[in-house]
Write a protein that binds this ligand. Structure first.
Ligand SMILES: [Zn+2]
Length: 335
């Protein structure tokens, strides 16, 4: 049930939201900012539920019951007075905001407080942004607009100034690790590593879990440890194989970067190695590599990231990367 209790590690933001609910003075515009996957949309849904709940509730807590008809319909996205807009393709277009305005110009069907959620509001094109601004300037009756975005700087300042701003911080690593262990039976090491690489985003951690990330990590890092003196054909085959799941490539590049980082720090502070379960091969690689080849490897990974973001051919990009990494790997073993 997407109530506030489904959101981890955002006590402060949730306290602000529940105090708005209990005080009864809810602003017309709310802006939730934070990186992807920290609970902004879940909080928006929970807020809409709390505004319209008709069930039994704990006095003074401002939370929804999660069980009444209104709560259940909002949670299932089947409530006529909770409207959602999100990018169609890369942008939120003017037509989407116009049709939202038209719906909001009418009276709510049944809700005490109608809620319109504009997710990824930073993707509004300028025309859509201006149309939304008009709506914030003359808010429709009994209606709250909730916008979500990574940061205020991504939005028109005039929009930001009309909303109460609530910040959602990245989720602490230990909370993500605990969730992975409890819900998916991750071992403590796997949970810790996945949480580190998820970089504060629960959504990202869950996507990594879904895509068999744990096995993939073992595979990629064992390849990283054995790059030196590999024949070109084998490197090209590796590029082919590692480029197949296109959506996994950014994470794979992050992973490769943590390996290079581990090799770089291993010599001076082995306790700071992220991949503690691979400490031995990392120390071995560290002994054999010099700073220059590590810098070269780091740059090659950065270049691959840039190309993938720019939509270059994944296989060609990874061919160049694996060949460069192998060429910078010291002769004996590992990097
Ligand atoms: Zn309810």
């Amino acid at each position: 049930m997407p109530g506030f209790d489904a959101i981890i590690d955002q006590e402060r933001s949730i306290r602000v939201l529940t105090s708005l609910l209990t005080s009864g003075s809810i602003p017309h515009g709310l802006l939730f900012t934070g990186i992807e996957g920290v609970g902004k949309r879940t909080a928006a849904t929970a807020f809409a539920m709390a505004c319209n709940c008709t069930g039994k509730r704990v006095e003074g807590r401002g939370e929804a019951c999660g069980e009444c008809t209104a709560c259940r319909r909002i949670a299932a996205d089947r409530h006529p007075d909770v409207l959602r807009v999100s990018p169609s393709g890369l942008q939120i277009k003017i037509d989407q905001i116009r049709s939202l305005c038209q719906s909001l110009a009418m009276k709510p069907y049944e809700a005490r407080t109608r809620v319109a959620i504009v997710a990824e509001a930073h993707r509004m094109n300028p025309a859509a942004g201006n149309a939304l601004l008009k709506m914030l300037e003359e808010p429709p009756d009994r209606t709250i607009l909730i916008l979500t975005a990574p940061q205020t700087a991504d939005l028109l300042p005039t929009i930001v100034s009309r909303c109460q701003h609530i910040r959602f911080k990245p989720i602490a690593r230990r909370h993500i690790a605990a969730m992975l262990a409890a819900a998916y039976g991750f071992s403590p090491e796997d949970a810790q590593l996945t949480a580190t690489l998820a970089n504060g985003s629960v959504t990202r951690a869950l996507a990594m879990q879904r895509r068999g990330w744990v096995q993939r990590r073992k595979w990629i890092l064992s390849e990283m440890a054995e790059l030196a003196q590999r024949p070109t054909t084998s490197l090209l085959a590796l590029a082919e194989k590692s480029s197949q799941a296109k959506e996994d490539i950014p994470e794979m590049l992050d992973l490769m970067a943590t390996w290079v980082r581990d090799v770089a720090v291993a010599r001076y502070s082995p306790d700071r190695i992220i991949h503690q379960d691979l400490k031995d091969p990392i120390l071995e690689a560290s002994r054999r590599s010099d700073p220059e080849c590590l810098i070269r490897a780091g740059r090659a990974i950065e270049e691959a990231r840039r190309r993938i973001r720019a939509n270059s051919n994944p296989r060609l990009t990874l061919e160049a990367l694996w060949l460069t990494l192998a060429a910078s790997a010291p002769a004996a073993a590992g990097m």
